[in-house]
Ligand binder design. Structure first.
Ligand code: RP5
Length: 182
């Protein structure tokens, strides 16, 4: 069938009834030093009006806290986890292992030494059976949008906000094209 003929589900259930403040996305990082990069992730989630929580659960420095956070997230209502880490970036993989069911978006952070390829590959090269859905190095915007798209499958109002978000990007791109030609 042609794209225009594809019917959307008539009524998506509302995962986030309006006014709810219960977090449905959990953002966890390996260190306080990751917070600068994560700010744009927080900004996008806030702009889309998705309730989220921020945590620092290091795979190396606070491994038991990391394990309990990942194990308990689903029961607390978290639907998607974003896990950011740099260098020896074990956090997203361990969070995916402990959370078992929740999709984990891995955000590789550029470490002080190197360009972040090590962080990136440690997430994309997860052993078979424990996926980490990885975005580009320091691409905190895409981490937020990837998580939002998953959640939007169960929230018609968020779906509309995501469509508006991509519409703004389209308008900006078209405007840049117009200016360049002027
Ligand atoms: C990782 O090590 C963190 O995610 C961070 O990106 C990196 C460096 O951490 P700090 O030494 O700056 O705390 O665990």
């Amino acid at each position: 069938r042609e794209r225009k003929d594809i019917d959307l589900p008539p009524q998506l259930p509302q995962l986030m009834p309006s006014g709810t403040e219960i977090p449905i996305i959990g953002v966890t990082a390996g260190s306080q030093s990751d917070q600068n990069v994560l700010q744009t992730c927080y900004d996008v989630l806030s702009g889309l009006r998705i309730p989220f929580e921020r945590r620092i659960t290091s795979a190396h420095r606070s491994p038991e806290l990391m394990a309990s956070y990942a194990k308990e997230a689903e029961a607390r209502g978290i639907k998607v986890l974003i896990a950011a880490a740099g260098g020896a970036a074990h956090l997203p993989g361990m969070v995916a292992a402990f959370s078992r069911v929740i999709p984990v978006v891995g955000l590789p952070i550029k470490p002080s030494l190197g360009d972040g390829t090590d962080s990136l590959l440690s997430m994309t090269n997860m052993p078979r059976g424990t996926p980490v859905l990885t975005v580009g190095v320091n691409n905190a915007v895409n981490a937020a949008l990837a998580a939002a798209r998953i959640v939007a499958m169960w929230d018609s109002e968020l779906r509309e906000r995501l469509i508006a978000y991509s519409g703004e990007a389209e308008n900006e791109s078209r405007e840049n094209d117009r200016k360049l030609q002027a």
